[in-house]
Design a protein around this ligand. Structure first.
Ligand SMILES: [Zn+2]
Length: 239
């Protein structure tokens, strides 16, 4: 929660609001975990974030810094989403940045930002690594956002248990469910591989396109469990 750092009146340079063309007066200075100072508007924080105190309930001098636990990148987003302005497209940001912002949005009760983060974290195509998928999976599972969660989980099945555990320490039940999911995936992988190999093959009847699709299924589903990649690959193969 916010911590007030008292200062002498002339000890603090008041930073401008970083939202471009913002006409509002800065009446609050936030200090970030990485030592930056950000100009803010107490009324906006109160209106957009349920965890910030009501203006009428606190006495505050602008020269007193309000220290928060989040870094500048995260708090700039929180401040931006505490304005009625055009907002950054979260789908263009790094996954780790979105997760940090989603965590802050929930902590401070910015429900509008939380919903936007939720949408951004359902865009599976953005996750370039299994670790990114795992980070989002753990966050979404912990917050009960389970829509199409199995597709996301499928992208993490080849990660080492120790890696998965580092993301799941605060939610052991999720870790148990994930290990069960992977166990079932491994069983189904064997069954699927056997079925795929038993499919009758004939160089006379199997077209070149069918051979390509068979290889794609083996690569995308059996090896990588990447259904999205399979969709794209088959679409490309059919062109
Ligand atoms: Zn502003």
């Amino acid at each position: 929660m916010p911590r007030i750092l008292p200062n002498k009146p002339d000890a603090v340079e008041i930073p401008a609001c970083h939202v471009s063309d913002c006409p509002l007066t800065v009446d609050l200075v936030l200090k970030t975990s990485d030592g930056k100072k950000l100009g803010a508007h107490s009324r906006n924080l109160e209106v957009y974030n349920t965890a910030f105190p009501c203006l009428d309930s606190v006495t505050h001098r602008i020269e007193d810094l309000v220290e928060l636990a989040e870094d500048a990148e995260t708090l700039k987003l929180l401040l931006e989403y505490s304005h009625n302005c055009k907002h950054s497209d979260l789908r263009k940001l790094d996954v780790d940045v979105v997760i940090a912002f989603a965590t802050a949005a929930e902590k401070y009760g910015n429900f509008f930002a939380s919903e936007v983060c939720k949408v951004a974290m359902r865009d599976f195509q953005r996750f370039k690594s299994a670790n990114h998928s795992l980070a989002v999976l753990a966050f979404r599972a912990f917050h009960g956002d389970l829509e199409e969660i199995e597709r996301l989980a499928g992208r993490t099945v080849n990660l080492p248990l120790s890696t998965v555990w580092t993301y799941c320490k605060k939610d052991p039940l999720f870790f148990y469910i994930w290990t069960e999911f992977r166990e079932q995936w491994r069983i189904s992988q064997k069954v699927f591989s056997r079925a795929l190999n038993k499919t009758p093959r004939s160089s006379d009847t199997e077209t070149k396109q069918l051979k390509i699709i068979r290889a794609l299924v083996a690569e995308c589903v059996v090896s990588r469990f990447d259904v999205d990649a399979l969709d794209n690959a088959i679409t490309t193969a059919r062109v």
